[in-house]
Design a protein around this ligand. Structure first.
Ligand SMILES: [Zn+2]
Ligand SMILES: [Zn+2]
Length: 269
């Protein structure tokens, strides 16, 4: 028996003799099944043998990813708050080296993940540190490896202590959330709010790989959910995907630009 990892999205599945028949995360229209080779799996041992943990600074916050890049390629962030360390988002990879490196940083008090595409190896990480994983209840059905450490919250905001607040924005997923870090005036977004290449704007999509946009009402709802929270920097899902300053205004004007672009006869300025 081994756990299995989906090669396309990095989701870890519960222990079994044979790989799962399908990956519902990839079958969903927000992800995809690769055209070359279809649905493929790695046993946990095969995956760990071929990769290693990557932990390094990403613009002032410790980033946690794996090398070589795997599946969606996101990196997590280690948030050191007054109430303990929180791992924001997750990576498919975990091993003893990762456990030792994070323990040396003070371990984990909790894990919070933006949305199902990054649930990845969350249970592996949670078991190692005996800490809860905070997910929005709207995404309960996308947990492929259920576990008592996975905790669901309801409503629009969830204060974790230490000035950290989970904010449900919806959009990409109904329960897509971001983490506001008041002390540092930082917003960690996953791809709930997507940092684009010029770092002066962000954008919002139902599906990024399949280029399916969100309706105006959903983008307005994201902007509204973030309105009460002041922040300068915005940290997206990948290494270096960071808006350095003026984040609150960047979200506001990006939502306005988006709405002009998708509302006839509007065009982006
Ligand atoms: Zn998958
Ligand atoms: Zn996503």
């Amino acid at each position: 028996m081994t756990t299995w990892v989906c090669k396309a999205c990095g989701t870890q599945y519960p222990p079994s003799d044979e790989p799962p028949g399908a990956c519902p995360i990839c079958q969903d229209p927000r992800q995809y099944i690769p055209s070359d080779g279809g649905q493929q799996w790695l046993s946990w041992g095969e995956f760990v043998d071929g990769h290693r943990i990557e932990i390094r600074d990403d613009n002032g916050i410790l980033g946690v990813g794996c090398e070589p890049e795997f599946a969606i390629g996101q990196r997590a962030l280690l948030v050191k708050s007054a109430a303990g360390n929180v791992l924001w988002d997750c990576t498919p990879y975990f091993d003893d080296t990762a456990a030792q490196r994070i323990a040396a940083e003070g371990g984990l008090a909790g894990i919070a993940i933006s949305h199902p595409h990054f649930y990845s190896a969350m249970v592996e990480w949670a078991h190692a540190f005996g800490c809860p994983v905070w997910l929005h209840e709207a995404e309960r059905k996308w947990v492929m490896r259920p576990d008592p450490l996975v905790r669901f919250w309801s409503g629009e905001t969830n204060a974790l202590g230490g000035g950290l607040t989970l904010v449900r924005c919806g959009g990409h997923f109904e329960g897509s959330q971001v983490l506001h870090w008041a002390e540092k005036r930082v917003l960690l977004t996953g791809d709930t709010v997507h940092v684009i290449p010029d770092r002066r704007y962000v954008s919002f999509m139902y599906s990024y790989p399949n280029l399916i946009p969100l309706p105006p009402s959903k983008v307005q709802a994201i902007a509204k959910a973030l309105e009460p929270h002041d922040f300068d920097a915005i940290y997206g899902s990948w290494w270096g995907r960071i808006v350095a300053r003026d984040g609150s205004n960047v979200v506001r004007r990006s939502a306005e630009r988006y709405l002009r672009a998708v509302t006839e006869p509007g065009l982006p300025s």
